[in-house]
Write a protein that binds this ligand. Structure first.
Ligand SMILES: C[S@@+](CC[C@H](N)C(=O)[O-])C[C@H]1O[C@@H](n2cnc3c(N)ncnc32)[C@H](O)[C@@H]1O
Length: 224
């Protein structure tokens, strides 16, 4: 269901990442983490989960690692393949809710830019974290840029579940997503990962002709 909604979103383009070809705000902190990333002695490969149209590839390739992108929707993958650097991107259609289509110990770093929001159940996110741990090398890194419950667009859409998850339903896209606090991700990634660094992002963003104060965050975790 959510795959069909994302395919439709890449036609309707209500979300800025569906049209924006500039790298996401979340790449700013990623750049600051480059020296830390360079210390990882692992395979020369990076995996970008929920890669969309590949707009973050330029910055992610500053690591010097080969870029692998995975998304469950066809349209953004076709868009990524059509980029000027498309032929150098290794793109695969796959879901973050299933076993990742890569062998154990394939990557030095895995990134996810505003995509883990689509994994709404604790058990699903725990499974994803184990899968990321499996495809990463020992001491490999996980970089996640995510929307928080304070976000100016999603905050009015938050519906607290009985188990305190911040679930959202967006009437424009009809997507059901989850906004996370940093400590929730730390809990759900534990014991596979330990937080190394984090940052907050606050900026103005226009969506559907309105301006919102966006609140996102990023974390860098190391496989334990
Ligand atoms: C907000 S977009 C972000 C795209 C890209 N990371 C960026 O920053 O431009 C979220 C992306 O996650 C993908 N996605 C959502 N749920 C997914 C899932 N379960 N498995 C794989 N990709 C998923 C969507 O198709 C979409 O391309």
């Amino acid at each position: 269901m959510s795959q069909q909604l994302w395919e439709r979103e890449y036609i309707n383009k209500a979300i800025s990442s569906s049209t924006n070809t500039k790298p996401s705000h979340g790449t700013q902190f990623f750049r600051q983490c480059l020296p830390r990333i360079a210390e990882v002695e692992g395979p020369p490969r990076l995996l970008d989960l929920g890669c969309g149209g590949g707009r973050n590839a330029t910055v992610l390739k500053e690591t010097g690692l080969d870029y692998y992108g995975m998304d469950f929707a066809h349209r953004p993958l076709a868009k990524a393949a059509a980029r000027e650097d498309g032929p150098s991107l290794r793109l695969v259609q796959g879901s973050m809710a299933e076993k990742l289509p890569y062998k154990t110990n394939t990557f030095s770093i895995v990134s996810a830019f505003t995509s883990v929001e689509n994994v709404v159940e604790n058990a699903q996110l725990r499974f994803l974290s184990q899968e990321i741990r499996r495809v990463l090398c020992p001491q490999g890194l996980l970089y996640v840029y995510f929307m928080t419950p304070d976000d100016g667009y999603y905050q009015p859409l938050v519906n607290q579940s009985a188990d305190a998850r911040s679930l959202t339903y967006d009437p424009v896209t009809e997507l059901r997503q989850r906004v996370y606090q940093l400590h929730e991700l730390c809990d759900l990634f534990s014991p596979s990962f330990t937080l190394q660094a984090s940052d907050d992002f606050v900026f103005e963003d226009t969506r559907s002709h309105n301006t919102y104060l966006r609140h996102l965050a990023a974390g860098l975790w190391q496989a334990s």
